[in-house]
Unconditional design. Structure first.
Lengths: 438, 81
């Protein structure tokens, strides 16, 4: 293990890109919530300015230069769609000036904590990115969107805004808004709907490049990590920028948020950041989020932690979840629990999601209990085909991606459960779900 | 993943030159009048909700069906655009 770490650190130091990263260490959090965080200290404004330099202007051509740099380093959104951040900023700017820029820090994924770690320890990198976007677009205000109950995050961001006002940084006005603590509260169309006075629920948009309503002012929504990266890029430039990924690694009693370079493989990360409960390698990994993909360990282990390389394999770091499934756990039971949770987190607006996901979930529960007939199995396949692509948002698609990848990867478990038996795996509830802790 | 990803293209953007019948699934209540008025464009899923065909409305008959379904929808969930 230490050997792995040692090699990785050496490679990093010798590599051409060794500029400052987002985090200088791994952050450790409990399995639930983000109220306790150790391993990374909070950088206050003086420490941030000492590390990264003075507040930069991104008005006029200075903003154009930053967006060009974002394009050069291929900075993308974190939704799994890899949408280029530069294109999004330019597209919103074309509808300006005016409007709002939102930092989305309402990580709905119960397993993920990278946004909370950034907002609690590197709030000024995120705010530098936010201010840059506001200046480039000519927006009138910024919003930091977090979820209700994330007190430590709210406190850090509010304090950071106050620090900047006291230091007369000349920022545009920035508000903090707390959204309901649900899986879909971070969905971008729901954020925009809320800013327009509506409910915090996803909505259907005819043109994804223009998600705000007719007659309303433009809104740019970027994930906290994307904003922090834009902020960092402004300070270090293209040559000093490290194209890393932030991963939340699920362990049996804690979660670790780690920053990983593209020179590291999943093997490196799991060897150094995952504590196996039975001494064996994981059988598979849930990658991206609860609406991500199960990937067999033998397939994933030698791949680099690099979205560009993963894309060729149809995979994505997505929201940054890395959930290893121990050899002594059952992938079908785990998938069934996740699907049950995701079905319950439907915004209950679209029929295929509201009725379809719960119907599919019931069938997978039957499978887990060894009670799914052959015709039930074909009904499940039909439901998957019927639900896919038919929601206003991507929630049902993500849930089905998790399910169908699980049915493929855990093919042997499926077979075992179909014979009228259950598998008696000793390890349950590997991925943290909100009900578990309450 | 590959079984879900291709469906992203199932939501093309508005194209005035080649209108399509489009559904806002978040306001649809599965009333089902559309499936009767536009049988060549709308099928019904296992839960009674419309599955709208992605074909262009390039014939008079299809355009007539789409207009009728959009007009009749009590939830105003269907759009020709």
């Amino acid at each position: 293990m230490s050997h792995h770490l040692h090699l990785a650190d050496e490679g990093r130091a010798a590599g051409p890109r060794q500029g400052p990263r987002l985090l200088d260490n791994a952050a450790v959090l409990p399995r639930h919530g983000t109220e306790s965080l150790t391993g990374v200290g909070r950088q206050d404004l003086p420490a941030h300015r000492a590390a990264h330099g003075p507040r930069l202007s991104h008005l006029g051509h200075l903003g154009d230069d930053l967006v060009a740099a974002m394009e050069t380093v291929h900075l993308t959104g974190r939704g799994g769609g890899h949408f280029p951040a530069a294109a999004k900023w330019r597209s919103v700017a074309a509808h300006g000036p005016g409007g709002t820029v939102v930092v989305n820090g309402a990580e709905g994924e119960p397993g993920c904590a990278k946004d909370a770690v950034l907002l609690q320890t590197r709030p000024h990198l995120v705010l530098d990115g936010l201010v840059a976007a506001i200046e480039f677009i000519g927006a009138t205000e910024g919003v930091v969107w977090i979820h209700d109950g994330a007190w430590r995050t709210a406190q850090s961001v509010t304090h950071a805004i106050a620090e900047r006002i006291a230091a007369r940084e000349g920022d545009p006005p920035i508000r903090v808004i707390a959204a309901p603590d649900r899986y879909l509260s971070g969905e971008a169309t729901g954020i925009i709907r809320t800013l327009e006075g509506g409910p915090t629920l996803p909505r259907w948009v005819a043109d994804p490049a223009r998600p705000w309503s007719e007659g309303q002012r433009p809104v740019l929504v970027n994930n906290a990590e994307t904003m922090a990266r834009a902020g960092l890029l402004g300070h270090v430039g293209v040559d000093g920028y490290a194209p890393t990924s932030l991963l939340t690694v699920i362990n049996d009693t804690y979660r670790a948020v780690v920053e990983v370079g593209p020179d590291e493989t999943f093997d490196d990360v799991v060897a150094s950041r995952w504590r196996s409960p039975d001494g064996h390698a994981p059988q598979a990994v849930l990658l991206g989020g609860y609406g991500g993909s199960w990937v067999a360990w033998e397939r994933l282990r030698h791949l680099p932690v690099d979205n560009a390389a993963l894309r060729e394999h149809g995979l994505s770091v997505g929201a940054g979840l890395l959930g290893p499934l121990p050899a002594n756990a059952c992938g079908i039971e785990e998938s069934a629990a996740l699907l049950r949770y995701l079905a319950g987190q439907s915004a209950r607006q679209c029929g295929p999601c509201l009725f379809g996901l719960s119907a599919a979930s019931s069938l997978v529960d039957d499978l887990t209990a060894g009670k799914l007939s052959r015709s039930g199995r074909s009904t499940l396949d039909r439901y998957v085909g019927e639900i896919s692509g038919r929601g206003a948002c991507r929630h049902p698609d993500g849930a089905l991606r998790m399910l169908t990848s699980g049915l493929q990867v855990f093919h042997d478990d499926v077979h075992r459960h179909r014979k009228g038996r259950t598998c008696n795996a000793p390890n349950h509830s590997v991925m943290p779900l909100p009900e578990e802790g309450s | 993943m590959s079984r879900v990803a291709p469906l992203r293209s199932a939501r093309p953007q508005a194209d005035p030159a080649h209108p399509h019948l489009r559904l806002d699934p978040s306001v649809c209540d599965g009333v089902g009048i559309c499936a009767h008025l536009a049988p060549d464009l709308v099928a019904v899923d296992s839960w009674g909700y419309p599955i709208v065909s992605g074909t262009a409305l390039d014939s008079k008959s299809l355009r007539r069906q789409a207009d009728a379904a959009a007009r009749a929808c009590p939830r105003k969930a269907l759009h020709v655009q």
